[in-house]
Design a binder for this molecule. Structure first.
Ligand code: 5AD
Ligand code: SF4
Length: 435
């Protein structure tokens, strides 16, 4: 075999892109590539892009600009754009950036090795199809490389919900679930390679239908895998939170007490304009049912402020909803107009007003997050230790509630789950002692 070629992947955006980057790296392993953390000595550079909010394309073009000297110094370096900007702007990227050798959308990653071969022959390659075949069946896994204790596993992709602000139904396509048998095979393989915690990914993961029992059925089957200690899933839509899944939170020990359940707004007017197809009351009632099944569940969410038509009164209702729920963690964004989505055509909220609302909301969300984190002091949690901490002898990991926790544990191997009593709460993590 010749000398291994080096692959550098820069990943933007969501966890699904992180997962996709791993799978692409594995597929390129079959082409003789090993990954590198350094763009300067790479033979191939892939930018795995995100299109969810504005400036994504601009960011990508400026990143390409920064790579120009590198390409000029070593013209043999191949440069590719993958991910949702590739899907949305494919041909335009080829036209605007002659230095780009290949562009491939998220549903065609299994074709990457063949495209790489074409590119090595001097061609430029573009593929933004939504092919019939399942890319996951065609992505070759690199044999048995060891993995970190926590891993992502995509089980579902795409979305049929068409929220009025969102590009996902256009960039990732219609909702598709992977068959449970394939997911279970991949999960067993990951566990053999050292994985103890799986986070099941999907843009609408709780709409998963690749198992007769839905996502709950898949989770219960995954829970039977020896050596798998923890299961999480993200991201969910309130309307797909069915009784079986809520029940699983109550009685499936391996399913962690953490739920990311975006609501976007607390105003029924805005929710309707967003095409969310539920009300604030429906969401709050749902939270009550979930908490009845699992009282200690940690909740997380996403919010958009400044959606077209949002008034001060609407925004106050969002604050009311946040106060009513009490979130352990949240993401909040200023509305960003996305070309091709229904809301892009509507009158926009003044940017200064939207920025002010974002500040107010983030202050409230941060105060909740800090209060909930501080309240962990004195409690016992279970921690999946993942890697050495900053101090000698220290190990760091995540609690069942997804808080970062560190403890003095010089003899503990990565991948161990241990009980920890929390003794201090710092800015972004908790400190504890093994019990
Ligand atoms: N503008 C602002 N935020 C958005 N999100 C999705 N699309 C937009 C947009 N056009 C946010 C939503 C979603 C999260 C992943 O990103 O809150 O839940
Ligand atoms: Fe986008 Fe999520 Fe709405 Fe689907 S449910 S359109 S992914 S925000």
């Amino acid at each position: 075999m010749g000398k291994a070629k080096k692959l550098f992947i820069k990943t933007y955006g969501c966890q699904m892109n992180v997962y996709d980057s791993e799978r692409m790296a594995e597929a390129m392993g079959g082409q003789g590539y090993v990954t590198t953390d350094c763009a300067e000595d790479a033979d191939m550079i892939l930018l795995n892009t995100c299109h969810i909010r504005e400036k994504a394309a601009e960011k990508m073009y400026s990143e390409l600009g920064r790579m120009k000297p590198l390409k000029q110094a070593r013209p043999g370096v191949k440069i590719g754009v993958t991910g949702c900007v590739a899907q949305a702007e494919g041909a335009e990227i080829m036209r605007r950036a002659p230095m780009v050798d290949l562009v491939v959308g998220p549903q065609s990653y299994h074709r990457l090795p063949a495209m790489e071969a074409a590119v090595q022959g001097g061609a430029r390659a573009l593929d933004t199809d939504f092919p019939e075949e399942d890319k996951f069946d065609h992505l070759i896994a690199r044999p048995k490389a060891a993995r970190a204790p926590s891993a992502f596993l995509t089980v579902q992709e795409g979305c049929d919900k068409f929220c009025a602000f969102c590009v996902v139904p256009y960039t990732r396509g219609a909702e598709v679930s992977r068959p449970a048998a394939r997911v279970l095979d991949e999960a067993r393989d990951l566990v053999e390679r050292g994985v103890r915690e799986l986070t099941l990914l999907g843009q609408n993961v709780n709409a998963y239908h690749g198992h007769p029992g839905g996502l709950a059925g898949l989770i219960r089957d995954l829970a039977l895998i020896d050596g798998l200690a923890r299961i999480r899933y993200t991201t969910s839509h309130p309307n797909d939170m069915d009784d079986a899944l809520i029940a699983a939170h109550g009685d499936c020990d391996k399913l962690m007490p953490y739920l990311h359940l975006p609501v976007q707004s607390g105003s029924d007017r805005v929710l309707k304009a967003m095409n969310r197809k539920h009300t604030a009351q429906h969401y709050l009632a749902l939270i009550n049912r979930i908490r009845a099944a699992r009282p200690d569940i940690m909740l997380s969410g996403d919010f958009i402020v400044g959606f077209p038509g949002e008034t001060d009164a609407d925004f106050q209702q969002t604050l009311d909803l946040v106060r009513a729920v009490g979130y352990g963690q949240c993401y909040s964004f200023k509305y960003s107009s996305r070309p091709g989505t229904p809301a892009a055509e509507r009158a926009q909220v003044d940017d200064v007003v939207a920025s002010e609302r974002l500040q107010v909301l983030q202050a409230l969300l941060t105060s909740q997050q800090v209060a909930i984190q501080n309240a962990m002091v004195g409690r016992e949690v279970s921690v999946l230790f993942e890697k050495p901490g900053r101090l000698p002898g220290q190990m760091g990991g995540k609690s069942q509630y997804l808080h970062a926790v560190h403890a003095h544990a010089p003899d503990l191997a990565a991948g161990t789950v241990a009980r920890v009593r929390i003794v201090e709460s710092a800015r972004n993590s908790l400190g504890g002692v093994l019990v």
